[in-house]
Design a binder for this molecule. Structure first.
Ligand SMILES: [Zn+2]
Length: 171
């Protein structure tokens, strides 16, 4: 195993207490990503204690890392060759955002410009197809759209459970 790659856990991690008791970290990646980022930051600073916190911390670190390196099977709508790595959104925090799998592309600047032209007079914002892009959105209704988009891009069903989620992040 290459240095820096965390070993994958054997199954989803169920929360034993707190607001999300009974839920798994894997499903919370979709539903409460910001909370997981917050918990990870707290754990990094040693602000959370507990006998199992080291193992929990490692699992969370692994999971958040996997959320950054998932691969989309579809190809860029600009070049029809390279894999999709970016999605675009139109709108604003105030008015809400709109987004669609139709407006996704690879990292190539020319492809991004081609997708931007489809917005006709508006300027789309391009974000990486990663779970951390959820942090760009302040409001839940926008984040729900992003989650739905990510599920579509990653060929996941809209209704996911802990097993589907764990399998997806373990790939
Ligand atoms: Zn492209």
């Amino acid at each position: 195993m290459p240095v820096g790659v965390l070993e994958a856990p054997s199954g989803p991690r169920v929360l034993k207490s707190g607001d999300y008791e009974g839920q798994t970290l894997e499903v919370l990646m979709f539903n409460e990503y910001g909370h997981l980022v917050f918990v990870k930051k707290m754990m990094d600073k040693n602000l959370v204690n507990g006998s199992s916190s080291s193992e929990f911390h490692k699992h969370l670190e692994w999971l958040l890392g996997q959320g950054e390196n998932r691969v989309v099977s579809g190809v860029c709508l600009g070049c029809h060759t390279r894999p999709v790595t970016r999605f675009s959104v139109l709108g604003s925090e105030q008015d809400g955002y709109s987004m669609s799998a139709l407006y996704t592309c690879c990292d190539d600047r020319a492809c991004e410009e081609m997708i931007a032209l489809l917005a006709i007079g508006k300027t789309p914002i391009f974000l990486p197809v990663r779970f951390s892009s959820l942090m760009y959105f302040k409001y839940k209704h926008d984040r729900l759209q992003v989650v739905s988009l990510l599920k579509g891009l990653f060929n996941l069903p809209q209704r996911i459970n802990r097993d589907i989620a764990f399998q997806f992040f373990s790939q």
